[in-house]
Design a protein around this ligand. Structure first.
Ligand code: MGD
Ligand code: MGD
Ligand code: SF4
Ligand code: MO
Length: 659
């Protein structure tokens, strides 16, 4: 049979959402390559994208519903599995109410067909679901306070900047399609700074890497502001017309003298001055904020302090400007059946996502009787794994949907298989960076005729007796979800299936200087923040470490070749902890021997490797390692940030000893 080429889209929780081509012969996929025709990703994909093929045919993939009986897994039919789940859900709802079910989900798959999990639990009456985030929560809420919303510039607009600051993001590994714009900008003479306590792969392409002590970015931003104000490098017109609260802010930033900021951040005063001057003078300037920077207790205020630089220098609402964090461009238009179902969730209860274990342990009235887990691997990815394991043990009935026997799936009572993106069609969009909505074609029939989440939840809704749940086929569901886009931009469903969609000629964010805040201005001073018990102006709260046995900071960022835990699945060996020579010597460590890392929350055995890319008094271990190797989240605190209930993974201090 002739080889076919079918286009699909990567559904991983990534900034980029590449489209790809699957080569199919005799109903078997032989190869995956990038789709050169996509206007944005242009055929360039990463290793993780290629690995969809390996994961599809992997011998360890789950291809049957599984039930744990006396500690052993047995295969059961979908009918049996869904009957059992439905029976439990009905009983639990009758006896305890719907919020005795905790639905835990994340973004392990980014297609709209699998957002029906949320819709199901809404029609169920409202389960217990999270507020806050493991990912980007502090930044999202901080920008809502400042600007009133989350908008990013089109990537190509970076070419209009004269200065770019990449602030705590590592696009060389996590956001590869940003790199071509940065490389091109640099070629055209744009000066690019990178601010990061680690000299990451991104450092290779920038003009200057500025190494900062972790969690001190707020001090740097306020120090830059103080310098900008004192040197008269402000945009006074912008401040006068479009900014609320400048006087209060100005008064506060006075204390961020070069002496103080140098001391706190570890950055030489000349570099602080240089950063401030370049940003304020060599305009337009743009900032690209990453998510590593807000995984701290003071994460939200640090983002607010950075946003403020844009406002006082007038680098907002102009070509080549902006403080870019995320992009809700397409997401804001996907408001169909799932959004509509919200009103049925009358008994919804919420908990703070990073405090999952604490919530389960203390939940009362009703207690948690069922954990239903979709598109995520919480037993590896949430903070404080030891506590989470205990909390899971407390729950009688746990259901997981996944493609593999993750550590989370292993702890369940029932596991349902998940389809691969290659087995079903879908629409994929990202709200982090890529401005496109891509249709993904079905490439092959699901292996072993497994059923995707769309049909799983539709069937479950019938079995549980959720009469209002829309009993429509997936195509009709897609049409309804996408209706707001179709109407707003006057395009057909067929067009969306055939073409990557983006909002053409879109405006520069906040071009009209009308902000979605209560005052309509950019808010350096926010009543909303004040009402929530937060400081109304961005402040720097120095999370000073008290001297105890835990003196080394553990930073656990994202690995180039794995999407969180997914591609660590079959990796052998202990996690590697990177540390510089100075910190190694200071702690009397021998790099040739394994070491135990200890925090207030747990222990982890690692192999050490020296790297001068790592800042002082820091060890870096990539997140994602499974329990068989040793999960980094055994070490991390289940606490939250000042703004946005963000997990504070990097607020993590340890001691290290060789074993
Ligand atoms: N390959 C790959 N790509 C991914 C992912 C993945 O797992 N693998 N995950 C995706 C997801 S879900 C997300 S949220 C994004 C995250 O994307 P990024 O924001 O790029 O990645 P992070 O690893 O969270 O952190 C970015 C950088 O923040 C730095 N950092 C840590 N603390 C501080 C600090 O105090 N100040 C400053 N200035 N910098 C600091 C870290 O050293 C790191 O280099 O990536 C997405 N893309
Ligand atoms: N220490 C530390 N921990 C972190 C972070 C950090 O920086 N440091 N980063 C945090 C961040 S930014 C994030 S976003 C979270 C991510 O946390 P998770 O989203 O839990 O991470 P993944 O490992 O990607 O798990 C996704 C799971 O979904 C499964 N999956 C794939 N496709 C499907 C499907 O179609 N259906 C279903 N049901 N399942 C599917 C995958 O096999 C995988 O097991 O982790 C957080 N954890
Ligand atoms: S993981 Fe990201 S960069 Fe890699 S193929 Fe998927 S969307 Fe593209
Ligand atoms: Mo994330």
């Amino acid at each position: 049979m002739k080889e076919k080429r079918i286009k699909f889209t990567c559904p991983l929780d990534c900034f980029d959402i590449c489209t790809m081509v699957a080569l199919v012969k005799d109903d078997r996929i032989t190869k995956i390559e990038g789709d050169k025709d996509h206007p944005f990703t242009q055929g360039f994909i990463c290793k993780k994208g290629k690995k969809h093929l390996e994961r599809l045919y992997h011998p360890k993939r789950i291809l049957n519903p599984k039930k744990k009986v006396n500690g052993k897994w047995i295969d059961i039919s979908f009918e049996e599995a869904l009957d059992e789940i439905a029976e439990k859900l009905v009983k639990i709802k009758e006896k305890y109410g719907p919020s005795a079910v905790l639905h835990f989900y994340d973004s392990g798959y980014g297609g709209i067909s699998k957002t029906v999990d949320k819709m199901f639990f809404n029609y169920y009456g409202g389960a217990t679901v999270h507020t806050g985030s493991l990912c980007w929560g502090a930044g999202i809420e901080a920008q809502k306070i400042d600007f009133g919303g989350n908008k990013g510039h089109a990537p190509e607009d970076l070419l209009n900047s004269k200065t770019i600051i990449i602030w705590g993001r590592n696009p060389a590994d996590t956001n590869i399609h940003l790199m071509k714009y940065l490389t091109e900008a640099k070629k055209r003479g744009v000066y690019i700074y990178l601010i990061d306590p680690i000299r990451t792969n991104t450092a290779r392409i920038v003009s200057k890497h500025v190494s900062i002590k972790p969690s001190t970015d707020g001090a740097l931003a306020l120090g830059m502001a103080n310098y900008i104000i004192n040197e008269g490098l402000l945009d006074e017109d912008f401040i006068k017309n479009y900014v609320k609260g400048y006087d209060e802010y100005k008064e506060y930033v006075q204390r961020f003298t070069l002496d103080y900021v140098e001391e706190v951040t570890g950055i030489h005063r000349n570099e602080i001055k240089e950063l401030a001057e370049s940003y304020a003078k060599n305009k337009p300037s743009s900032i690209i904020i990453g998510y590593g920077i807000q995984r701290y207790k003071n994460g939200g205020n640090n983002i607010r302090a950075i946003d403020a630089l844009g406002a006082i220098t007038g680098n907002i609402g102009v070509n080549g400007g902006g403080v870019n964090y995320s992009n809700k461009l397409i997401g804001d238009y996907i408001q169909g059946e799932v959004a509509k179902s919200d009103k049925y969730a009358v008994n919804r209860r919420t908990y703070s996502k990073a405090k999952l274990a604490q919530f389960i342990m203390n939940a009362d009235n009703p207690p948690i009787k069922c954990l239903f887990i979709t598109k995520s691997n919480p037993l590896v990815q949430v903070p404080n794994i030891n506590a989470t394991i205990k909390a899971f043990e407390k729950v009688d009935f746990k259901v997981v949907i996944d493609m593999f026997m993750t550590d989370t799936a292993k702890a369940a009572d029932l596991v349902l298989p998940a389809t691969s993106i290659l087995e079903e069609d879908d629409f994929i969009y990202s709200s982090m960076f890529s401005p496109y909505l891509n249709y993904s074609k079905q490439v092959i029939q699901p292996i072993n005729d497994i059923i995707g989440e769309y049909e799983i939840f539709r069937t479950l809704a019938k079995k549980v007796g959720l009469k209002e749940y829309p009993d429509i086929d997936r195509e009709e569901f897609f049409r309804r979800e996408l209706r707001p886009i179709m109407e707003e931009f006057d395009i057909s469903y067929e067009y969306l299936k055939e073409n990557p969609f983006t909002i053409k000629n879109r405006d520069i964010p906040w071009k009209d200087k009308e902000f979605d805040t209560p005052s309509g201005k950019y808010e350096l001073y926010s009543e909303i923040a004040k009402e929530k018990g937060l400081s109304p102006i961005p402040v720097f709260i120095h999370e000073k470490k008290t001297e105890d046995e835990y003196n080394i900071r553990v930073i656990t960022p994202h690995h180039r070749d794995s999407l969180h835990s997914q591609h660590f699945a079959f990796k052998e060996g202990k996690p590697i902890a990177y540390i510089n020579e100075r910190t190694l010597k200071k702690n009397n460590l021998d790099v040739t021997r394994a070491a135990t890392i200890k925090t207030k929350y747990g222990k982890l055995t690692v192999n050490l490797e020296t790297s001068e890319n790592i800042g002082d008094d820091i060890i870096m271990i990539y997140e994602g390692w499974w329990h068989k190797n040793g999960s980094v989240n055994l070490l991390t605190p289940d606490e939250i940030s000042d703004i946005g209930e963000q997990a504070v993974y990097y607020e993590c201090f340890c001691s290290i000893k060789n074993i």
